[in-house]
Structure formats: C-alpha cells, structure tokens
Design a protein around this ligand. Structure first.
Ligand SMILES: Cc1ncc(COP(=O)(O)O)c(C=O)c1O
Ligand SMILES: [Zn+2]
Length: 422
C-alpha cells in the first residue's frame, strides 16, 4: 500500500521520496514530517473500520502508520499503546476543575511513552533491513528500543549519559542491548550517536532526528481521539452532561519536544482525514532548568537557544531540544502554551499523583505539575476538560521518588515500639 509517500521538511517545506533520505533535511537540518496519502487512506477506511478492531495495541492504527506491518513475529512487546485513561475526581476537585483524566503511559511494555516510538522505528528498521539500531537516550527511549529489539531479535546499541538512573540502565542491560555510558550529558551522547551511526552504518533512532519516532508517538493522539469521541462521550451523556462541551486540553511534558510534536501530528492527521472536527489544545510543560522550547515560545520565536540543562527530571533534561520548532508550533497552532515548573513542584506532583494511585517518574509527573500551575494562574478554566499524560513509571527513578515523600520510621520489632510511634 502506498499510504506513506515521503517526507516534508518542517522548516523549508522541501519534499523527499521515502527512499531518498533517512533523517533530517539536508538543506537546513529541519525535522521531517512523514507525508501520508490521506485520500488513499480515506478511500479505504472509515473510523469504524479501525475502531472496531479487537487488537487494543497501537497496531490497531496501522492504516495511519508509515510502515507495512509490526516488526517480527507476534511477541509480548507488540502490545505498546492501548494505555488506560483514569478519571482523577479527587484531584479535579482539589484544583477546582470539573473534569480531569490521566492517560497512564507508564503502562507500556517497558514502562514509558517511548515504547510507542520504538515499535514503529523497529518496524521501519526491519523494512529497510537495518542490521543494527542505535540510539542516544536519557534512559527511556533506550529501554524501549532495547526491549522491542530483544523481543524481535534485532541488535541494538544504546548511548546513555553515565548519570542515567540505575533502573533505566538495568533495563538496558537486562534486555541485552550493547550499552555505552557516556561521560557527558544527554546532548553529548546524542551527538556521539549521530557520528557513530554515520561512521559504522548503523540505523539511528535518535529522538527528533529519525522521522519515524514522531509517527510512533502520534498513536497516543489517535488513542486520545478514540477515547474522547467514544467512551468518554458516552460517559458524559450518561452523567447527563452536554456532550458538545469545551474542547479537550492535553498536558504533555517536554524535553526534546518529540512527544508533543508527535501528538500534534496525530491530531493533524485525523483532522486532515476529516475524522476529528476540532484539534485539542496542547499545553507543553518543561522543567524550569531545561526550558529551551518554552523560552522560544514565550519569546515568540522559532529559534531555539540552547540552555545548560539542570533538573531532577532526567528524561526532560536537554540542552538543545532536537524537535524544538515543531514543539513550539504544537502549542501555538492549537491555542496552547508552555508552562515551566520547578523541581520542587515536580516532586510535589509525584506525591500528589501517588496519593491517587499513580506512580510517575519526575518527567512523568511534570505534566501534572504544569496543570497545577495552569489551574492556579487561570490558564485553564474550571470547565475545561483536561487530560494529563503520565509519560513514565516511578519505578524508573526510585531515588527521585524517595525525595518526594517523607521516609518511613524504623522501629524495634516490639508492640511497645509501635505504640510509641502511634
Ligand atoms: C518519561 C518521559 N517524559 C517525557 C519525555 C519528553 O519527551 P521529548 O523528549 O520527546 O519531549 C521523555 C523523553 O525521554 C520521557 O522519557
Ligand atoms: Zn529543509
């Protein structure tokens, strides 16, 4: 099928055929948007054809993806996507909101949003018969690539900063990837990976460099659409509420800016197909100490000036975001904005989410921290329906989790000691 017709540069608009180019625009280094043949997709499918599929994973959306089939034979890690949406009634009340939901991406196979990207990149790698896939990662993208590669018998090499949380490094090693820890930042690992891939002929999955990562990430938007138009509307009707309410606002944490760009792309694809009447408002949340994209947005420019990143949220600690321009547009074109949060606000968000049963890593809780701030400042109103993404599991970074809570007391093993404590 010819649904994937090529790439378009997000900066200069130059178009390229699928086999002509692999990563970014040779003219200006711009991120490439994958171009799909919407007419061909529309002529073959209606939304019901996709939404009636029994496969709950992201592969239910294969007709909208630029690959022919899932990678390898059927394996457990094919179940990326299909993550649950929880209603957070108690937190909504606390924030003065009428409706608040959280889509829990920590429920992906390797416990982060990044499984979506790796699924599609590994499928692409197999189509172009790449022998080795390499990626730079703060940990999650690497774990996702290593896990999917292990499942389908693909060789993977991961470059991560040596400061990556232990649990993430453990995942990389257990999945049997070749793991190289770089004595430097994520940005150093990123640049080294690109150079090594060119030198050794490896296929590079780097976030915001390989155009297929955003295509994987867009599947979250496709699921949000399915939920918002389907189950959620039914819930609203049953509650006796008007279904034609304010548009959805989606909160996303942002590092390189590829998740937010991918989600925007997913909504744009649906809009182009005529399957989504109104694109949700997207709000990006960055850590104060790693806010290059937010700075550009608020400075009303698409020029991304690097920062010297420092935040407890290691997954979004990025000096020079690699998908910054599209990330600025994701909020600008949807009536959204960027919110910055401090490490303290991120730790508070971990604790708040924990108390309603959601265990998020710092970058995962960042989106909720942004909502808290936006609700207080009036950036979102009480009637705005809100969906927050938790992009990664708290088990990924237990050290940070322990900073979010008071430590447990240690007592003698006697009833007396328990009484004293109580
Ligand atoms: C848990 C988590 N949240 C958010 C992000 C941010 O995604 P992006 O770098 O595409 O903006 C990442 C990226 O590594 C992540 O692992
Ligand atoms: Zn270009």
């Amino acid at each position: 099928m010819t649904k994937f017709t090529g790439y378009r540069c997000s900066l200069c608009g130059a178009e390229y055929a699928p086999g002509e180019i692999t990563y970014t625009c040779p003219k200006d280094g711009g991120n490439l948007d994958v171009v799909l043949d919407y007419d061909s997709i529309k002529s073959k499918y209606k939304p019901e054809d996709i939404l009636s599929r029994s496969d709950p994973s992201l592969w239910r959306f294969l007709p909208l993806l630029p690959v022919q089939e899932p990678p390898g034979d059927a394996t457990p890690l094919h179940v990326a996507g299909g993550t649950p949406v929880y209603r957070l009634a108690r937190l909504a009340e606390k924030l003065g909101l009428q409706s608040l939901w959280l889509k829990d991406e920590s429920r992906n196979p390797t416990a982060s949003f990044k499984d979506r990207a790796s699924a599609i990149v590994v499928a692409r790698a197999q189509e172009i018969k790449a022998e080795i896939i390499v990626t730079a990662s703060t940990g999650n993208a690497g774990a996702a690539l290593a896990g999917m590669s292990a499942a389908v018998g693909q060789k993977a090499i991961i470059f991560a900063p040596k400061s990556a949380p232990q649990a993430k490094v453990a995942q990389l090693l257990v999945f049997g990837a070749k793991v190289i820890l770089v004595d430097g930042s994520y940005d150093d690992a990123f640049d080294l990976t690109v150079r090594a891939a060119n030198e050794f002929g490896w296929y590079c999955r780097n976030t915001g460099y390989n155009p297929f990562t955003a295509e994987g990430k867009k599947t979250a938007a496709l699921e949000i659409w399915e939920w918002w138009e389907g189950a959620h509307q039914k819930w609203h009707k049953a509650a006796g509420a008007d279904v034609d309410h304010a548009p959805l606002t989606v909160f996303v944490s942002v590092g390189d800016g590829n998740i937010i760009s991918g989600i925007h792309k997913g909504f744009k694809d649906l809009y182009q197909l005529g399957w989504l009447p109104r694109i949700p408002r997207i709000i990006g949340v960055q850590a104060e100490g790693s806010a290059a994209i937010s700075n550009a947005f608020h400075g009303n420019t698409e020029t991304i000036t690097p920062v010297s990143a420092k935040t407890i949220a290691d997954s979004i600690s990025v000096d020079l975001p690699r998908d910054g321009v599209r990330a600025v547009r994701a909020t600008k074109e949807t009536g959204g904005t960027y919110v910055n949060v401090s490490d303290e606000e991120i730790l508070n968000a971990i604790a708040e989410l924990g108390r309603v049963g959601v265990f998020a890593e710092p970058a995962g809780a960042t989106a909720y921290a942004g909502l808290v701030k936006a609700a207080r400042s009036g950036e979102v109103g009480s009637e705005d329906p809100i969906l927050v993404l938790n992009t990664g599991s708290g088990l990924k970074d237990v050290r940070a989790a322990m900073q979010a809570v008071a430590s447990a007391p240690i007592i003698e093993p006697t009833l007396e000691a328990v009484k004293q404590l109580l």
